[in-house]
Write a protein that binds this ligand. Structure first.
Ligand SMILES: Nc1ncnc2c1ncn2[C@@H]1O[C@H](COP(=O)(O)OP(=O)(O)O)[C@@H](O)[C@H]1O
Ligand SMILES: N[C@@H](CC(=O)OP(=O)(O)O)C(=O)O
Length: 559
């Protein structure tokens, strides 16, 4: 008999064992009518939301289980798409105070033709403060209420509510629960990833309630949603969960359904989801509200996704490294994804995936400077004149030099090296190889604590030393040159001239299959100097100094 699991109050997906599906003559590629789910589930009622729709059986190879989920396409929605037209995401800096919330409300109302879905992050630095409060709670005895970061969070939210003329009861329940949670952490003296995700979720839960109440107060009908209650279904990788496919139809059905029956601007918590097995609150990784926004954009097939920040768009480099960085007017999804993956804080690393899949343009705008054109990110752009678009720095990277101990020509060496990483669940960023040696950098961002990172590295080295000589090099940086790799000779000629002039030795270089990224590895302590020098050379140099072909424009940041 089937053991169907109702997930998190969301009526799909259902979970079956492979052997059960086999007994029903189904396999992991099957498509069935949703009404047969009822039979599969041993008579369980099929939810209205998927009745009559076809559902897909998706195999989870790792877990020997299959999901049965509604087809992602939201049927019957196309005719009324124009009603919810775009998604607007506002980051922490955009909603850091009552004043900022008023400005964001005004900004939304300045687009009277739009019916936006609004995604909000936690106010200002609330997420950092909550994490700090959680860490302090593990060692503070029973004096949780004296943790400065907790007082700061309380004070910020109550002050905002007072200044907006709202009722404090909006969030008193959340603040009480938050304190009880910190008490629990102090008793256990442990902040697990799961508890940490629940802890930080209070930030977005409160900011959205305050903002929705403010809109209602000024006569704009708004409805608050907690993402984990409307179908954001994720893996159970606390602190860095991935969104599952079932999210798209579930979220679209809920937001669209509510909009049709009782129109009100949806105000959705960014960054949060619900683990599909644990049903616990998960988070999508730091800066994850961008991903919430693009997921909603794809789910509802909206016209545009807007992410409102505190900078004039995606810039030619991190303005904290070089304040003269300039906005980049146009990027492709590929360029933006590489830029985000290789460390540009401005976009969440996974956020381009739904936008690219749904082919929905993403606009990065400045909520502090609305008239600035910002950056538009689309599937393609004219690359004929593009040279270099942006320079990105990822610090504190670990590099491994691995040299085979066997004879030249030994086959299977690369396979063995990579299967070691697969077995240990560590992802590799940049790779350069010869037949008997590999240099690569590791991405430890999915690992939890510093001790664990060290432990993982020790395991990697121990495993690899069975087949190779291994040199572990820490405190390295990846400088990623996002641009037109078709013009790599031109770019590299200039890069090496600049670096030689600055006395910097490049330790590894990689120009992979990606048509938009060349990566250089240098020492951490030289990296910022390199970025500044490269920025100056590519984006500000005298035209005569710029090497260029076919009379192409000297400026790296082409139009
Ligand atoms: N290439 C870049 N372009 C724009 N901003 C960048 C870049 N690299 C780093 N940043 C930093 O990213 C910040 C915006 O990202 P983030 O703080 O996540 O925004 P928000 O919280 O508003 O969503 C900027 O304030 C800037 O300091
Ligand atoms: N509040 C979360 C999620 C987020 O997206 O924030 P922001 O948009 O302010 O980067 C964080 O700080 O990570």
């Amino acid at each position: 008999m089937a053991t169907a699991t109702h997930l998190c109050g969301i009526k799909t997906p259902y979970c079956f064992s492979k052997s059960y599906l086999r007994s029903q003559s189904l396999c992991s590629q099957s498509r069935v009518k949703s009404d047969s789910v009822s039979e599969l589930c041993g008579g369980i009622r099929v939810p209205v939301s998927i009745r009559g729709r076809s559902v897909k059986v998706v195999c989870d190879a790792k877990k020997n289980e299959v999901l049965v989920q509604a087809e992602p396409k939201v049927q019957g929605l196309e005719g009324s798409i124009s009603q919810l037209s775009c998604v607007m995401k506002f980051g922490g800096s955009s909603v850091a105070s009552a004043e900022r919330m008023k400005e964001v409300a005004e900004l939304i109302l300045s687009f009277p033709k739009e019916n936006p879905v609004i995604v909000l992050s936690a106010m200002g630095k609330t997420t950092n403060n909550l994490i700090m409060a959680g860490e302090k709670a593990t060692s503070c005895g029973s004096e949780v209420s004296e943790i400065a970061e907790l007082s700061f969070v309380k004070e910020l939210h109550y002050r905002t509510i007072d200044e907006l003329g709202l009722d404090r009861s909006l969030i008193t329940g959340h603040l009480d629960k938050l304190e009880r949670l910190l008490n629990g952490i102090s008793v256990l003296k442990e902040l697990t990833p799961r508890a940490r995700d629940y802890l930080v979720s209070f930030g977005e839960c409160m900011s959205t309630r305050i903002f929705a109440a403010y809109l209602n107060k000024i006569g704009v009908k708004a409805r608050q949603y907690d993402a984990f209650d409307i179908g954001f279904i994720t893996t159970d990788d606390f602190t860095n969960a991935d969104i599952l496919e079932a999210t798209y139809p579930a979220v679209a059905n809920r937001l669209h359904g509510d909009w049709i029956s009782d129109p009100a601007i949806p105000i959705v918590t960014g960054f949060l989801g619900k683990g599909w097995r644990t049903c616990a609150v998960t988070t999508l990784g730091r800066g994850g509200s961008d991903l919430t926004a693009t997921t909603i954009g794809k789910g509802l097939n909206l016209r545009e996704i807007q992410v409102w920040k505190d900078v004039d768009g995606v810039l030619t480099c991190d303005p904290n490294i070089y304040p003269g960085a300039e906005p980049v007017p146009h990027l492709t999804f590929d360029e933006a994804a590489e830029l985000a993956y290789f460390g540009a804080q401005v976009l969440h690393p996974q956020s381009m995936k739904p936008a690219r899949e749904g082919d929905i343009p993403v606009r990065v705008k400045n909520s502090y400077n609305r008239s600035a054109p910002g950056t538009i990110i689309t599937k393609s752009r004219d690359m004929s004149k593009a040279i270099l678009t942006s320079i990105v720095l990822k610090r504190n990277v670990t590099m491994l030099d691995i040299v085979s101990t066997r004879m030249l020509g030994q086959f299977g060496f690369l396979a063995k090296v990579f299967s070691t990483f697969e077995d240990l669940g560590i992802s590799v960023d940049v790779v350069a190889t010869s037949e008997v040696s590999i240099s690569l950098t590791l991405d430890p961002s999915k690992l939890w604590s510093r001790e664990l990172i060290q432990q993982e590295l020790d395991n990697v080295v121990e495993e690899l030393e069975k087949i190779a000589k291994v040199k572990l090099l820490q405190h390295r940086s990846i400088i990623s040159l996002i641009g037109n790799v078709q013009r790599s000779s031109l770019i590299l000629e200039k890069v090496f001239r600049v670096l030689r002039k600055n006395g910097v030795n490049v330790q590894m270089i990689s120009q992979g299959a990606s048509k938009v990224n060349i990566s250089l590895i240098v020492n951490d302590d030289e990296s910022e100097k390199c970025v500044r020098a490269l920025h100056e050379a590519f984006f500000e140099s005298d035209p005569i100094d710029m090497v260029h072909e076919n009379g192409s424009p000297p400026h790296g940041n082409q139009s």
